[in-house]
Design a protein around this ligand. Structure first.
Ligand SMILES: Nc1ncnc2c1ncn2[C@@H]1O[C@H](COP(=O)(O)OP(=O)(O)OP(=O)(O)O)[C@@H](O)[C@H]1O
Length: 408
């Protein structure tokens, strides 16, 4: 049985006209906060929650958190060292991946790391989570943390278009048409077999993510971004992530085939191509494709490097979500992706026993936690329990509040 997590919180908001936390209508009240319009200070109906303003601008401070040993995430280990580390957070849809990823990024930044938080979920919610506009596919500074924190929402469709352009010119449909025109039908058929054009027209789930992650690598390769020591990925829901893990290999093979085939046909067509003045364009495209291939290989290696990368599974305390997390953990292990931690988010606190509905729900959640503790795929993972709070986790102060509870 998990012990109670008790916390004392203080929050002030001078910049936002409305409270940054709104009550989630889908969940029963666990503890209540009242809002004073004159001071913009939340105060709790619970005597154990002491509210006091700390900083003039948005601030949410957790003063003390008593937590059971298994709740400790091992943040000291996560934060130590100046070498670059990657954390990928993933799990079922809606369990709190973005909130956990964003809160981890804020905590890293507040602990002195240049941090980048990246969303590779085609349905981005980083902007919503930080309550700041972080769109645009470029690195955007996040306002609020003590140390530089940047966010990047990769536009998957745009990234795929760039990829498509490169492959089209160098071996996809473009070359196929060109070869057809040259009367080299057989080679054209071989190119057709690669089905790359088709692949990009109806991309399998996960492809966008693979390309998005390779795009991140492109950013990180450039010298102006080598100051980042912590990179946190908010990944797409489980299914996509699982398929994504095998994609770099698949794409590497496809790109490799195209490049080989291109080499083969290069001599046969170079004379004709030079007549049409296409030699240079083709070479540039081939170079671009080769770069993409190298990046894919890096992504594949990155997923499996236990020294620099960790996949953190996020789940909620329901048997269905736990079963899915178990499958995710098994697949990650099969792919040799390092997994050490499991966050169980949205746990009702013991005080929920005041309400009959909540008490029954909490009992059910405790059963799900027991399932985790006896699941062969999950029992070896560090179990991090995160309470369901009576407010939406939105904005840096709220993310700091959550981070201080989860990442200890
Ligand atoms: N511990 C918590 N207590 C209360 N609300 C929470 C908690 N964790 C997450 N939420 C809320 O649940 C909602 C979904 O969270 P979030 O966007 O982080 O989930 P997600 O797994 O990233 O979702 P998606 O799969 O749709 O991207 C948000 O409104 C968030 O504020």
């Amino acid at each position: 049985m998990a012990k109670a997590a008790a916390w004392h919180a203080s929050f002030t908001s001078h910049s936002s006209p409305s409270p940054p936390f709104s009550r989630n209508p889908m969940v029963p009240a666990v503890f209540s906060l009242s809002f004073s319009p004159t001071t913009h200070t939340f105060s709790s109906a619970f005597p154990s929650l002491s509210i006091k303003p700390k900083r003039p601008n948005n601030s949410f401070q957790v003063r003390s958190v008593a937590a059971p040993a298994e709740d400790v995430a091992g943040f000291d280990e996560m934060v130590s060292g100046t070498e670059r580390k990657y954390y990928m957070l993933g799990g079922k849809g809606g369990v709190g991946k973005t909130s956990c990823a964003a809160s981890l990024a804020v905590k890293f930044a507040n602990n002195g790391h240049h941090t980048l938080v990246v969303s590779t979920d085609p349905a981005h919610s980083l902007s919503d989570s930080f309550a700041q506009d972080l769109t645009g596919g470029m690195l955007v500074p996040v306002e609020g943390p003590d140390f530089p924190l940047f966010a990047l929402e990769i536009n998957p469709e745009k990234a795929r278009e760039e990829f498509r352009d490169a492959t089209k010119k160098s071996g996809g449909t473009g070359v196929k048409e060109f070869m057809d025109g040259m009367g080299l039908g057989m080679l054209a058929e071989q190119l057709g077999e690669l089905k790359l054009g088709e692949l990009l027209d109806t991309p399998p789930p996960g492809l966008d993510e693979a390309i998005a992650i390779s795009k991140v690598m492109q950013f990180l390769e450039s010298p102006q971004y080598n100051m980042f020591t912590r990179i946190v990925f908010d990944t797409a829901p489980t299914g996509h992530t699982l398929r994504l893990l095998s994609l770099p290999d698949f794409l590497d093979a496809s790109i490799g085939k195209i490049l080989k085939l291109r080499q083969k046909i290069a001599s046969a067509t170079s004379a004709i191509k030079s007549v049409f003045g296409q030699e240079e364009t083709q070479q540039n495209a081939a170079d671009k494709l080769e770069k993409l291939r190298e990046r894919m290989l890096k992504v594949r290696d990155l997923f499996r490097d236990a020294d620099s990368t960790e996949f953190v599974i996020v789940t909620i305390p329901t048997v269905m979500a736990v079963s899915e997390s178990s499958r995710l953990s098994a697949s990650l292990k099969k792919e040799n992706v390092p997994v050490k931690r499991l966050i169980v988010n949205q746990i009702l606190p013991p005080s929920a026993s005041d309400c009959k509905f909540c008490a029954v729900r909490r009992k059910d959640q405790m059963r799900a936690l027991d399932v985790i503790r006896s699941d062969p795929e999950l029992l070896s993972l560090k179990l991090i329990q995160s309470p369901l709070v009576d407010m939406e986790i939105r904005g840096v102060p709220a993310l700091k509040f959550m981070g201080d509870i989860v990442w200890k």
